[in-house]
Ligand binder design. Structure first.
Ligand code: AMP
Length: 425
């Protein structure tokens, strides 16, 4: 038997009803904050990620699905392609490629779709997973650098999580400063690591050389006491970065959004500058981050684009759904009506009635005239229907149908013209 590949999974009903409910609510929130959808390809030139996300990140060193694509015909070149492991680099590529900076306004863009990372699969961690991404990006003249953007984005996330009814989420906040701050911080880390790095894991030994900041991403339990004692980024922020971070916090305080500062949270991608954040949820176990994001003021330039500061986030949709399910969220939307044709020749009447009801906004399933009444009731219950509507010769002739509420057992006769309204109730 051929099975789904390790780390991938099928999403089946009724879970997909919950996925769709969440996506509809999320799109509604985005619309109210004036975000518009962008759809970028799921594979890109490998360089986009190695340069955008960073050569020394876990994603680029060990998690990308990359292949050499053969040239077909002389007009094509062989090239290295990669399934997108994240979406910000792709959105910024599109921003540059389509000259969106020339519009002179802030671009508020969102995207929902699959991402791919070759991680060790476990609950809440898959090799194909789904993200809901959003970005605010634009020229500095449009206010893209303002801490107001950070606060507005975080406020939107709080609203979004409240509206999908995720309870007890927590916001963790940090600032990783600008490139110069991080250069100084990296130097301090290098010095602090020097006497202890030989006690750490092989990855940390390499990172201590190449990109010491990434040591803070280490998950190896034995390394944690060493990491806890390392210098903290907060002490290395310059005055503008410090002021920017203070302004973000004061606006969050003004709108009443609670957060904790977590100075270890530098996030696993190199493009972040200044504000970084994660929202976590207790129902997720080890993989507790429902979403993460931050500012990326230099990313566009590093991809040969114009100066285009931005901030964005990615919600792990698989984890958001798991967190909702851990709260006892039941996805099952019941079908409103099960239409049971009674006896020979009744199928077409049932189909006609179903058509009327469905066009009136009622969800309906249809049985078959070869079913007996008892079988129809069983099928209606299996389908999870709220009502069963009997379509027999007498009913059709009288334009009046027997309708039974399957939960209460109550049965009434309802005129055809009133049927949709009755079932809606
Ligand atoms: P990142 O792009 O690494 O900042 O991740 C953003 C969010 O995507 C995380 O907070 C997770 O919720 C989710 N995520 C990242 N990697 C995975 C994965 N392998 N499986 C499921 N969700 C993931």
């Amino acid at each position: 038997m051929i099975k789904a590949v390790r780390g991938t999974r099928d999403l089946l009903p009724p879970d997909t009803d919950l996925w769709n409910r969440v996506e509809a609510q999320v799109r509604d929130v985005f619309a109210r904050y004036n975000y518009h959808e962008i759809r970028t390809p799921i594979f890109e030139d490998t360089q986009l990620f190695s340069r955008g996300v960073g050569e020394e990140t876990d994603i680029v060193t060990k998690e990308m699905f990359t292949w050499e694509d053969k040239a077909r015909g002389q007009s094509e070149k062989a090239q290295s392609l990669t399934l997108r492991p994240e979406n910000t680099a792709g959105v910024v590529r599109a921003y540059i490629e389509h000259g969106l900076d020339k519009k002179g306004t802030l671009q508020k863009l969102y995207c929902i779709g699959p991402m791919f990372r070759r991680e060790r699969p476990q609950k809440g961690r898959y090799r194909q997973f789904y993200q809901i991404d959003a970005e605010i990006i634009g020229p500095p003249s449009a206010g893209s650098e303002s801490p107001l953007r950070d606060a507005e984005l975080l406020e939107m996330l709080a609203t979004l999580l409240d509206e999908v009814e995720l309870h007890d989420w927590q916001l963790q906040l940090n600032s990783v400063g600008c490139a110069e701050d991080r250069a100084r911080y990296n130097q301090a880390l290098r010095e602090a690591l020097q006497p202890v790095v030989h006690l750490m894991c092989a990855d940390c030994q390499r990172r201590a050389e190449t990109n010491p900041l990434r040591v803070l991403d280490c998950k190896v339990p034995e390394d944690q006491p060493i990491i806890e004692k390392l210098p903290k980024i907060g002490q290395y922020l310059d005055e503008p970065c410090r002021a920017h971070f203070a302004a973000v916090q004061s606006m969050l305080n003004a709108v009443g959004i609670a957060y904790t500062i977590n100075e270890r949270m530098v996030r696993g991608l190199d493009y972040y500058t200044r504000t970084t954040f994660e929202f976590t949820h207790g129902g997720l176990g080890a993989q507790s981050a429902v979403l993460g994001g931050g500012r990326y003021d230099g990313l566009s330039e590093s991809l040969d684009g114009p100066k285009a500061p931005g901030i964005g986030f990615a919600i792990g949709e698989d984890r958001l759904i798991l967190a909702l399910q851990s709260q006892g969220e039941k996805p099952a939307e019941k079908v409103q009506a099960y239409i049971a044709p009674l006896g020979a020749g009744m199928n077409r009447h049932a189909l006609k009635l179903a058509r009327e009801l469905r066009r009136a906004g009622i969800s309906a399933d249809i049985g078959d005239e070869t079913f007996r009444l008892k079988k129809s009731f069983e099928s209606a219950e299996k389908a999870g229907a709220r009502f069963i509507v009997i379509v027999g010769e007498n009913e059709v002739a009288a334009e009046q149908f027997a309708v039974k509420n399957l939960a209460s057992g109550e049965q009434v006769q309802v005129p055809r013209a009133d049927l949709a309204a009755h079932l809606q109730r």
